[in-house]
Write a protein that binds this ligand. Structure first.
Ligand code: NDP
Length: 297
């Protein structure tokens, strides 16, 4: 392996520590803690783990965590009424509805009900629009975490060729917008892209958010490129009955060519919750009309 390892776990720890310091200062100024409400509908085991981790890390950063666990058969009206109550609750700065929701609930309708000023996930169309036109708003946590790692590694991104593989609303599209705002020349690839290896070979920066285990191979990577692997895929492990996590990038071959690369696990994954806490603290300052210097967190 010749690539430098981008340690997202360590970066996320540092970010959470900075958020903790600012959260304490916020509490002293506002006379209350910043608060994050997380709504979980149903019993999806992966979602339960995420929600538990979010709760723990919120409290560890000195913020208030409000968890709302609702049964899988919760009706739309009941869920929307809860979101409205959280919108009106002044102790709640950020609202996150854990996705995916059970099939009978309309995710877009639920997201549209969250106040854009408490939408710390950045999924509301108002925040997507703000990102697109360059206004301050909330940016989805995973791509913002990827951008932080890239800027930490490369400094100025201006003029770099960036290829984002994947065009989802939660990762690919906002990632492309963020890179464009940093003056990268951005290509968004997807399942209909022709000759993807050739497209990826042009990239100084590759962000893979596909959901296909180890799809991006080392011989697609331009020597020295920075590779950010968003993928989290569970595949059979070496031992029978055991599984392991792999990314969308074939780490063994890509790390022989890339200049720097995120591992899976321990790369992008830990950034998501750290950025969520950051977004919540930003929301808290805005909600109280308090100043938070742009470079503080
Ligand atoms: P989606 O399934 O919503 O989007 C996947 C994208 O990949 C689509 O745009 C799709 O194209 C594209 N794609 C699929 N197959 C190919 C192919 N063969 N070649 C090129 N492009 C292809 O996934 P998400 O964006 O939600 O997530 C992507 C990955 O990131 C997943 O592994 C997920 O687990 C992980 N993830 C990790 C997070 C974290 O670290 N915290 C957070 C969120 C996601 P098309 O649009 O044409 O169908």
């Amino acid at each position: 392996m010749s690539a430098a390892l981008i340690d997202g776990k360590a970066f996320a720890e540092g970010l959470r520590a900075k958020v903790g310091v600012r959260a304490a200062a916020f509490e002293a100024q506002a006379g209350r803690k910043a608060g994050l409400a997380v709504v979980l509908v149903g019993e999806d085991p992966a979602s339960e783990v995420y929600v538990r981790n979010k709760g723990k890390q919120t409290v560890a950063a000195g913020m208030e965590s409000f968890e709302h666990k609702l049964p899988a058969d919760t009706g739309e009206a009941e869920l929307l009424a809860l979101v409205e109550r959280l919108n009106a609750d002044r102790s709640v700065d950020g609202i996150l509805v854990q996705l995916p929701l059970p099939a009978h609930l309309d995710e877009q309708k639920v997201i549209a009900t969250i106040s854009p000023d408490k939408d710390v996930d950045g999924f509301h169309v108002i925040n997507a629009g703000r990102l697109a036109v360059g206004l301050p708003g909330f940016v989805p946590c995973t791509p913002l975490g990827c951008l932080m790692l890239l800027k930490d590694r490369l400094g100025d991104l201006s003029g770099k060729n960036a290829v984002v593989i994947g065009r989802s609303n939660i990762v690919g599209k906002p990632m492309a917008q963020l890179l464009l705002a940093e003056s990268c020349t951005v290509t968004i690839a997807h399942s209909r892209t022709r000759d993807l290896p050739e497209v990826v070979r042009r990239a100084d920066i590759v962000v893979a958010a596909v959901g296909r285990p180890e799809m991006v191979k080392g011989d697609w990577i331009k020597p020295g490129a920075v590779v950010i692997d968003v993928g989290i895929n569970r595949v059979p492990g070496a031992e029978e009955g055991k599984t392991r996590l792999v990314g969308d990038v074939d780490f063994a071959s890509a790390s022989a060519v890339a200049g720097a690369i995120t591992p899976v696990p321990g790369g992008v994954g830990p950034m998501t919750i750290a950025v969520l806490l950051r977004n919540t603290l930003v929301a808290a300052h805005r909600n109280e009309g308090l100043e938070l210097p742009a470079d503080a967190i």
